[in-house]
Design a protein around this ligand. Structure first.
Ligand code: 8YV
Length: 300
């Protein structure tokens, strides 16, 4: 965010490691005095970058997901890690719900149909009802709970799958396959990373079935993307709303021609208000660390 960059430049000596150059090479060449690294969730900080900054004390990430930060290396080096949880829950949940309604009712597809000039010639096909349907939430954390609150407003039946039952009135379903089988809409809000890689597998998509929709606002890695492409092409699931992909900004070309898929460029937290709040939290973590050694929102 330009405002965050400006405020960083006001308060700190800033060395830019982005802009298409090799961040690690730049860090090795100029990073001997760098004490804090500001990064974002999709960029992160891998082990080589952390190792290239010998005086690094703090990583402050703009984002809630820290799957691209080498936490083991940071811990071993005694580098603290801060992130921006909570402030983006509502906007991410809003967008997840936007995707639910869009895939079911065909908002984007209908918009394309109007723009193509097809309205005078043919009726837009009827689509699927949202209100009162079954919503399965994969990962009932803070964002998942915000999605559940919205689903309750649509009189939906809500169940979720987690590693452990959450403190929640909603039904815990220990089997992800059973949740997928039950759900009309399976919404993925679980954290990314190695432990959730490929969680939404071919089998889970088969369980979701030809009437089921998959919504992903988490990380592309959580879904077996080639299984998803196969399932969408074969009609093994009804459709998908995707804000995230395995190799962003690469979107599997096979998805581009499908009308039952809504494709977004990782924008769930992308509102002025939320991005400003995320920026404030990055700045607050830096200020707090350099004044007291403590973080406002440390990664546990
Ligand atoms: C990004 C995100 O941080 O918070 C996360 O984990 O993935 C997003 O909010 C955002 O796109 C900024 O790059």
């Amino acid at each position: 965010m330009p405002d965050l960059e400006a405020r960083l430049a006001e308060g700190y000596d800033v060395l830019r490691l982005d802009g298409g150059s090799d961040a690690r090479a730049l860090a090795r060449r100029h990073g001997e005095n760098v004490s804090a690294l500001v990064t974002s969730a999709p960029v992160g900080a891998d082990a080589a970058l952390i190792e290239a900054l010998p005086r690094l004390e703090l990583i402050a990430s703009f984002g809630v997901g820290y799957d691209k930060i080498a936490l083991d290396t940071a811990r071993r080096r005694g580098v603290k890690v801060a992130y921006t949880p909570n402030v983006l829950n509502d906007c991410v949940a809003d967008l997840a719900f936007g995707l639910v309604i869009d895939v079911a009712r065909g908002i984007s597809a209908a918009d394309r149909y109007v723009r193509r000039g097809e309205w005078p010639n043919a009726r837009f096909p009827v689509r699927t009802r949202v209100s009162g349907k079954n919503m399965g939430i994969v990962g009932l954390g803070r964002i998942g709970q915000a999605v559940a609150r919205r689903a309750a407003g649509f009189d939906m039946n809500i169940a979720y799958n987690n590693r452990r039952p959450a403190d929640s009135p909603h039904r815990f379903e220990p089997s992800l396959a059973a949740l997928a089988n039950w759900a009309d809409f399976l919404v993925v809000t679980v954290a990314g990373g190695e432990h959730t890689k490929g969680l939404i597998s071919r089998e889970i998509l088969a369980a979701l079935g030809p009437q089921g929709y998959l919504i992903n606002v988490s990380r592309g890695t959580v879904v077996d993307e080639s299984a998803l492409v196969d399932a969408l092409r074969a009609g093994a699931i009804a459709g998908a709303g995707l804000d995230v992909f395995d190799k962003e900004p690469h979107v599997p070309p096979a998805l581009l021609g499908l009308d039952n898929v809504v494709l977004l460029p990782h924008i769930a937290s992308g509102t002025t208000e939320t991005r400003a709040a995320m920026s404030e939290l990055v700045l607050a973590n830096l200020a707090s660390y350099f004044s007291s050694g403590e973080l406002v929102t440390p990664v546990a």
